[in-house]
Design a protein around this ligand. Structure first.
Ligand SMILES: [Zn+2]
Length: 377
């Protein structure tokens, strides 16, 4: 199979060169499929629904049957590049040991490393790639659709590695074993507009909103745990938009963002906030959007396996962390123990996103070590 081993740098470049701002479909998946077929993977591609921005493509690739089953999971969509790049974000440029392009670290570089690691993987057990085109967007038709597809086909991995860029200062320093959950809320307190001099003919919504926010601001959701910092509620916007000095406004609005540990679930938090608002401001509208539930894979067999692979390959001891935003590991962790490990995240979502070429090769070595250890368990 040696002749088929894809070059991780060439494959990363080919993936980056396919413009795939979320939601992704088409060419970038063609490149991945073409790399997987010669390695013996059965590749299942499917397009789902209509995200607000268009259809989403997903890819499920499986090799082998039975035995231990390790899944590598990730995404091929990227965030928009924005203006101001030193080189074309969708035409990879190599400068000074770095590969520049949108998605270099988040996370086409890791997807290329998955494939290259699989090329030399052991001929036992089952290996799969769970790759979506909708992680950076609403994630409605992405990994969740892949999990449904896997359930239909009776495919269930024993362990899952998500290739998000978890490393902080250098490759290998951080494994994510969990992430906090997130819920955003919009509160709109109605009143009745009128003249400040005639308050009995008007109804000022501002004191009611302030009273509700004061109680919400004083809530202690928890004091943190072994693996999570304390959950927090932040008021992120407060808006009345009243330009007049002598007018009582007709409504007052606020927006909240809550980040929470695995001690909570998004809907319960939203209901709790809704009840407080209702007590201070009956009739107010409260809209909540849970953008992700928290997850935790407690330290154990999987984190030991990944940490062991990093130690053996790179000679450093990774830290286990639950910091950062949400990721698709929140869905995958319901299937099987899931942790995230990938490239250095210093440039993710930024101008001039770049990956060190040496890191790409090292990541292949770590993923290969994980694969060997996982499949031969
Ligand atoms: Zn990502």
């Amino acid at each position: 199979m040696a002749g088929d081993v894809p070059d991780v740098v060439a494959l990363a470049k080919a993936l980056i060169d396919c413009e795939s701002v979320t939601p992704a479909q088409g060419a970038v998946f063609d490149v991945l499929e073409a790399a997987l077929i010669p390695l013996g993977f059965d590749v299942d591609r499917f397009v789902v629904g209509e995200s607000p921005d268009g259809p989403v493509e997903n890819l499920l690739a499986v090799r082998g049957a039975g035995g231990q089953h390790l899944a590598f999971a990730g995404h091929l969509d990227v965030v928009p590049p924005g203006p101001g790049w030193a080189s074309d974000p969708f035409c990879t440029e190599r400068r000074g040991g770095l590969l520049y392009g949108r998605g270099a670290v988040d996370m086409k570089g890791a997807v290329a490393a998955f494939v290259t690691a699989c090329a030399s993987g052991p001929a036992v057990g089952t290996t799969s790639l769970i790759i979506t085109g909708d992680e950076e967007g609403p994630a409605t038709h992405g990994t969740r659709a892949l999990i449904a597809r896997m359930a239909e086909r009776g495919i269930r991995p024993h362990l899952c590695i998500v290739g998000e860029p978890t490393s902080h200062a250098r490759l290998g320093d951080t494994i994510k074993i969990g992430r906090r959950g997130s819920v955003n809320m919009w509160i709109d307190v109605p009143g009745r507009q009128g003249h400040v001099a005639y308050p009995h003919l008007a109804d000022n919504p501002i004191p009611r909103l302030i009273a509700a926010l004061a109680e919400i601001g004083a809530l202690v959701l928890d004091t943190g745990g072994a693996w999570f910092q304390p959950s927090n509620i932040e008021v992120t916007d407060l808006e009345v938009g009243n330009p007049a000095t002598n007018m009582i406004p007709s409504s007052a609005r606020a927006r909240l963002s809550i980040r929470f540990s695995d001690a909570h679930c998004g809907d319960d938090l939203a209901n709790r906030i809704g009840a407080i608002v209702d007590r201070h401001a009956p009739g107010a509208s409260v809209v909540a959007k849970v953008s992700g539930e928290a997850f935790l894979t407690p330290p154990g067999a999987l984190s030991d396996l990944v940490a062991g692979a990093i130690r053996a390959t790179l000679g450093i001891e990774p830290e286990l962390s639950t910091t950062g935003g949400t990721s698709d590991a929140r869905f995958l962790s319901r299937l099987c123990p899931t942790v995230e490990f990938g490239l250095v995240n210093a440039t993710m979502h930024k101008l001039d996103e770049a990956v060190a070429i040496a890191d790409l090769h090292d990541l292949v070595a770590v993923y290969s070590a994980i694969l060997r250890a996982a499949l031969r368990r």
